[in-house]
Design a protein around this ligand. Structure first.
Ligand code: ADP
Length: 523
């Protein structure tokens, strides 16, 4: 090479090296490396192969002067070249013969090939091969220049690969963060919002673009809070640089949050500090869990415990009272008194049995989310007549039957449907004054039958109508507190009717009585 040419080449090399090392996109780095080598060596064909991280196979990652169809075969040859196995080892002759084979594969007119390993920190990253149409001798000095170019290229490749991995890791974390079922928000040390994820947006109604950079207390607005929020902890020295903070040093708060739309939601937040290597607070990661259902379940559980306690205790106390009275040795009871007392004991025992059965059915529905039915032909009119007769004997309410003529037989579980009718009748009796009439009737169309129970009782406030079908729900008024009930009757009624593919509804006016309807399909 002529000296002026060499200087020119060095300048060019310097310039191109700068351009290459300034790039972080791997494919762009490879493209520039390839271009520079072809220009430097006046090559016709160029290939950059990189070693795979996992199985260290070499594959072509950038090429010029060859058809895409030739790449797979070139990859095969590269394997032979890089893994010499029993072909005589990694000698210069072996390398040359393989490069010759490659050149022949691409174009037999290629006269010379120059291969330069890309090595970084003694780790082979890849191989750069340039094929030329003519043969010229290459001085050791030229080789030196070429090798220093290859070393620079290897640094650039290594940087771009690391950057790529970092990017991938970043994307992985982003994906985890965004798709996590729990809400997440990240705070800067000054307690402004740095990041929120989708679940957080759904829970609070605050979108990232609106929340970002705003102070935390504009976004996390508590309606009620059970323990002090993070500000108190920070003031008390939490996450301070001098503190030896461990993994367990998270802060847990729980309360009702005011969403952006003004609704409230029960949430629990766990705050964890993220510290720099020097122990300075970098950010605070907060994960947010919606605990509304958990709270509801807790509430339901305490309602359950208190009702069941009350409903179980009352009959037991009555039974015990009457039984001990009858057992007294100092009194001789006449047979009439004994009969009356035993009848009361029997009634209370029946009440207990019903309650226990209702509880069991309710828990079965809850566990299986459906009710198993024994389907057969069911004569609802006959069931209604029997139930009315049975209950009429226990109450002062006249029960009037009002079924259309030819009321059809339906397919259903007669025992369960009797439970529905009796629950509705019992409620009508419980929630209406003595001597007022209760009507139990039935109508039908081609497609369905409807049974209704009408009373002239206290009625149900409008805002309670949806709630009375809930488990353990009782309207909170004077009358309810004076009547027995676990709030399970209508819950079971609804479950049974729906298991039949039917629907339950109610029309009611406070003070003017209620009518409960259930409709079942005829097929
Ligand atoms: P319970 O009768 O054991 O309280 P239910 O589930 O049968 O439970 O009924 C739930 C609530 O609905 C009752 O507590 C009562 O307040 C109201 N309710 C049910 N039936 C009637 C009715 N016919 N008239 C007025 N209120 C009713």
């Amino acid at each position: 090479m002529r000296p002026d040419l060499r200087t020119q080449q060095r300048d060019f090399l310097l310039e191109i090296t700068r351009a290459i090392t300034a790039q972080l996109d791997l494919s762009e780095v490879l493209r520039r490396v390839l271009y520079a080598s072809l220009v430097m060596l006046a090559g016709r064909v160029g290939v950059v192969a990189l070693s795979d991280k996992h199985d260290s196979r070499f594959t072509v990652r950038a090429y010029s002067g060859i058809a895409a169809d030739d790449v797979p075969e070139l990859n095969n040859k590269l394997q032979e070249l890089m893994n010499p196995q029993d072909e005589g080892g990694f000698s210069r002759e072996f390398l040359n013969s393989k490069l010759r084979e490659m050149a022949d594969e691409i174009d037999p007119r290629l006269a010379q090939s120059i291969a330069m390993p890309l090595v970084f920190a003694q780790k082979p990253l890849g191989l750069l091969i340039v094929f030329r149409s003519y043969q010229t001798s290459i001085t050791p000095e030229d080789l030196n220049t070429l090798q220093s170019f290859a070393d620079q290229a290897a640094i650039a490749v290594n940087n771009a690969q690391l950057y790529g991995e970092l990017n991938q890791e970043h994307q992985r974390l982003e994906a985890i963060l965004n798709n996590s079922g729990d809400g997440v928000f990240i705070l800067n040390p000054d307690l402004t919002i740095q990041r929120v994820n989708y679940a957080f947006e759904r829970m609070t109604g605050w979108r990232l673009e609106d929340a970002i950079d705003r102070p935390k207390d504009e976004i996390i607005v508590w309606d009620s809070l059970e323990r002090p929020d993070i500000e108190d902890a920070l003031e008390a020295g939490w996450a301070r640089s001098d503190g030896a903070l461990g993994r367990a040093d998270t802060i847990y708060v729980e309360g009702d949050l005011l969403r952006r739309d003004g609704m409230t939601i029960s949430i629990a937040i766990t705050y964890a500090p993220l510290l720099t290597a020097e122990g300075r607070l970098e950010s605070i990661i907060a994960s947010v869990r919606d605990i509304t259902n958990f709270r509801k379940a807790q509430e339901l559980q305490s309602v359950f415990i208190s009702t069941v306690q009350h409903e179980l205790r009352t009959p037991i106390t009555i039974i015990k009272g009457y039984a001990s009275t009858l057992r007294r040795d100092d009194v001789q009871w006449d047979s009439e008194t004994i009969r009356e007392n035993v009848a009361i004991i029997e009634d209370e025992a029946d009440r207990l049995t019903t309650l226990v059965e209702d509880l069991l059915t309710a828990s079965k529905i809850q566990a299986a989310r459906e009710l198993r039915l024994n389907l057969a032909d069911a004569d609802l009119r006959a069931v209604a007549a029997r139930s009315a007769a049975r209950l009429e004997s226990q109450t002062k309410h006249p029960i009037v039957l009002s079924f259309s003529a030819n009321f059809p037989i339906v397919r259903g579980d007669e025992t369960r449907l009797r439970q529905v009718i009796e629950n509705l009748l019992t409620n009508a009796i419980k929630y209406s004054p003595e001597d007022t009439t209760i009507t139990l009737g039935g109508r039908f169309t081609e497609k369905s039958v409807t049974v209704f129970v009408r009373d002239e009782g206290v009625g149900i406030p409008k805002d309670q109508i949806d709630k009375i079908f809930g488990r353990f729900y009782r309207v909170d008024d004077n009358l309810t507190s004076r009547t027995h009930g676990a709030g399970l009757g209508l819950y079971l009624v609804k479950a049974i009717v729906e298991a039949h593919g039917g629907e339950i509804s109610v029309k009611s006016q406070v003070g003017n009585g209620s009518t409960f309807f259930f409709t079942l399909p005829r097929d």
